[in-house]
Design a protein around this ligand. Structure first.
Ligand code: ADP
Ligand code: MG
Ligand code: ZN
Length: 617
């Protein structure tokens, strides 16, 4: 069999995605590979497909043991014999898997890195032919990466114990030059084919929002995406708990995941999400690596992450199936303080010398600065991401929050002067500073009891911004603080005017700021594939229901049966025969055999009901 035949027969695809074919060819030719492809780029296929054509078995090292199970099920569904070895297997299960490996039953075996040290596994490996070792999430081997896993170092010694060296292929989505060098050096890759496909994910829509009420904004965003699967990332466990609780009491099928939960609960919640029983996962960054759920249609960050690497990896968990998906970051300046604290607390690994710790810390602060810049920029967000990863791009993508927004630059000198002088006068009047909200009220000419009782209605700046919306006044103060014109006492919240404000107050300097104008009413058509158009929408829904029922019956996640994009293609093609069914993207022979009848019947039923004249109305 040749590769295209395998691609269609097992995976149900007719074409390779960017980078895949080159990698497959290299691996089949016995050449090492170091591949950097974005999340959802299709890395798995790069080792799964060769595994079917190579004579020996393929060992896949993957860090997330809880997901090996699902991956193996997905392979079996495609008709590919596979198994996994990790500590969740019982002794008899392990014995059986090992015996099967010895007998050459499997093409692919997933192994947890910790297992690579065990006597039993190592001696078994002496008796079989290993053609390929695929290292997934290979950045875990680098101490300089985000997710260093000491157990990944076992891969090196494992390779050395084998009677001869197999082809080694490393895969990751994160790829600073330093990490890539580390991967190649540590794994001792032999003149590897290095592939970096573009980082762009055209089907992802990026947006940064700075809402005054974060939770309310979140709830509205989630409601607007009712029934769709999504992840909400929070910075801390505590926040994860409270956000999840509020969503649940608002009637949203949310669940949670963080490292503070008991294993059983964490695992149960993850399963519920993967199987679409819960649609929203609220989680810390502990959630996600190795999660191959393909139908995640939004990722919302409740807080700013610590780096662009982290952000792009987490956000990239949306839209793996190629369908349009949203990546929204809810930013507030308070996130910066939280992030700095987290960085200061982290990074104290015992293996590091004080110099190394110092260096890592500095690196982390630098990374944070890039993340902050992303949150504040008015330039194209996609462009900002691609620049960060060193990729060229057009100036505007026309499909991110910033490209969809008009920005206007305004002279805010007079407004700033009013605010600054109000802060000064209030402080002089009272003898102590007041908070931002009180300043806004004075400027607005509020009749609030507390304000009048203090006589703040008698100062000359009282009511001088009565025409300006409060939102804008607060926004201006926030920006004045960013520019160091004012500062806030972290303890009492009182605001002070800084010395840099003098020139502005004395009229020696002007101040201009850029404002979001307003969203254009219609979001332009997204790039990427479109989910079934209106005429097909109800068929798509019917197919989705059927998929859910079948998945429940078999106890597998829905996307293991078929991905959303497969359903969309099916709804568009409306196959009526088995041959036509095989033409649907993502339908291989095994799945056609298993599911064609059910889905064809659903399509026929739909056609009858609609008299075949859909799409004309
Ligand atoms: P990664 O590991 O790079 O994040 P995956 O291997 O999980 O990505 O693949 C993401 C999705 O893309 C999966 O649903 C997979 O079936 C699909 N996919 C992979 N290769 C192709 C292809 N050549 N054509 C269409 N879909 C593909
Ligand atoms: Mg993967
Ligand atoms: Zn853009």
């Amino acid at each position: 069999m040749e590769k295209y035949e395998v691609l269609k027969r097992y995976f149900g695809y007719r074409t390779f995605r960017a980078g895949q074919e080159e990698i497959v060819d290299a691996v089949l030719g016995g050449r090492d590979v170091c591949a950097i492809m974005p999340t959802g780029g299709g890395k798995s296929l790069c080792y799964q497909l060769p595994a079917l054509l190579l004579s020996g078995i393929t060992i896949v090292i993957s860090p997330l043991i809880s997901l090996m199970h699902d991956q193996v099920i997905a392979l079996k569904e495609m008709g590919i014999p596979a198994a996994y070895i990790n500590h969740t297997l019982t002794a008899p299960q392990l014995t059986r898997v090992c015996r099967n490996i010895g007998e050459g039953v499997y093409r692919i075996v997933y192994v947890a890195p910790e297992r690579l040290e065990t006597e039993q596994f190592l001696s078994l490996m002496q008796t079989v032919t290993v053609s390929l070792v695929a290292v997934d999430e290979a950045h875990c081997i680098s101490e300089w990466g985000q997710d260093f896993r000491p157990s990944y170092r076992h891969i090196v010694s494992f390779l050395q114990t084998l009677p001869y060296r197999p082809t080694v292929a490393a895969f990751t989505a994160t790829a600073t030059a330093r990490v890539r060098r580390d991967i190649i050096e540590t794994l001792a890759l032999d003149s590897p084919l290095c592939v970096t496909t573009g980082f762009d994910r055209p089907n992802l829509y990026f947006e940064v929002i700075s809402p005054r009420q974060k939770y309310d904004a979140l709830e509205a965003l989630v409601r607007a995406r009712a029934g769709k699967s999504g992840i909400v990332y929070c910075m801390t466990r505590k926040l994860t708990e409270s956000v999840c609780e509020r969503l649940v009491s608002a009637g949203i099928a949310a669940t949670k995941y963080h490292a503070g939960l008991e294993d059983a609960e964490r695992h149960g919640n993850q399963e519920a999400f993967i199987r679409d029983e819960k649609t929203v996962m609220v989680a810390t960054n502990a959630f996600g690596m190795g999660i191959d759920k393909s139908n995640v249609s939004f990722v919302i960050h409740y807080n700013m992450p610590l780096s662009m690497e982290a952000y792009y990896q987490e956000a990239g968990r949306a839209g793996r199936d190629g369908e349009p998906a949203d990546c929204i970051l809810l930013y507030s300046p308070g996130d910066i303080v939280k992030a700095r604290t987290l960085i200061a607390l982290g990074e104290e690994a015992e293996t590091h010398t004080p110099e190394e710790t110092e260096l890592l810390l500095r690196q982390n602060y630098e990374r944070l600065e890039h993340m902050i810049a992303y949150c504040k920029t008015t330039a194209c967000l996609r462009g900002q991401i691609l620049s960060y990863f060193g990729q060229e791009h057009p100036e505007r993508c026309e499909s991110c929050g910033n490209c969809k927004t008009d920005y206007v630059e305004e002279d805010v000198t007079v407004e700033a002067q009013k605010i600054l002088s109000c802060i000064r006068r209030a402080k002089t009047h009272l003898g102590y500073p007041v908070g931002r909200l009180m300043i806004a009220k004075i400027l607005a000419g509020s009749k609030e009891q507390r304000l009048i009782a203090c006589g703040l209605d008698t100062i000359s700046t009282y009511g001088i911004m009565a025409e300006t919306p409060r939102e804008r006044v607060l926004d201006l103060m926030e920006r004045l603080e960013e520019l160091h014109y004012i500062s806030t006492d972290p303890e009492h919240g009182g605001v002070f005017v800084g010395v840099v404000a003098d020139a502005l107050l004395r009229g020696k300097e002007t101040l201009r700021m850029t404002f979001k104008y307003q969203h254009k009413p219609e979001r332009a058509k997204k790039k990427g594939k479109q989910t079934a158009d209106m005429a097909d929408a109800s068929l798509y829904e019917a197919l989705r229901q059927l998929r859910f029922t079948l998945a429940q019956k078999e106890g597998v996640p829905a996307y293991v049966v078929f991905s959303n994009s497969t359903l969309a293609d099916m709804a568009a093609r409306k196959p009526l025969t088995k041959e036509d069914f095989l033409l649907v993207s993502g339908v291989g022979e095994k799945k056609a055999k298993r599911y064609a009848d059910d889905f064809l019947e659903a399509i026929r039923a739909y056609e009858e009901k609609n008299g075949g004249n859909y799409g004309e109305a």
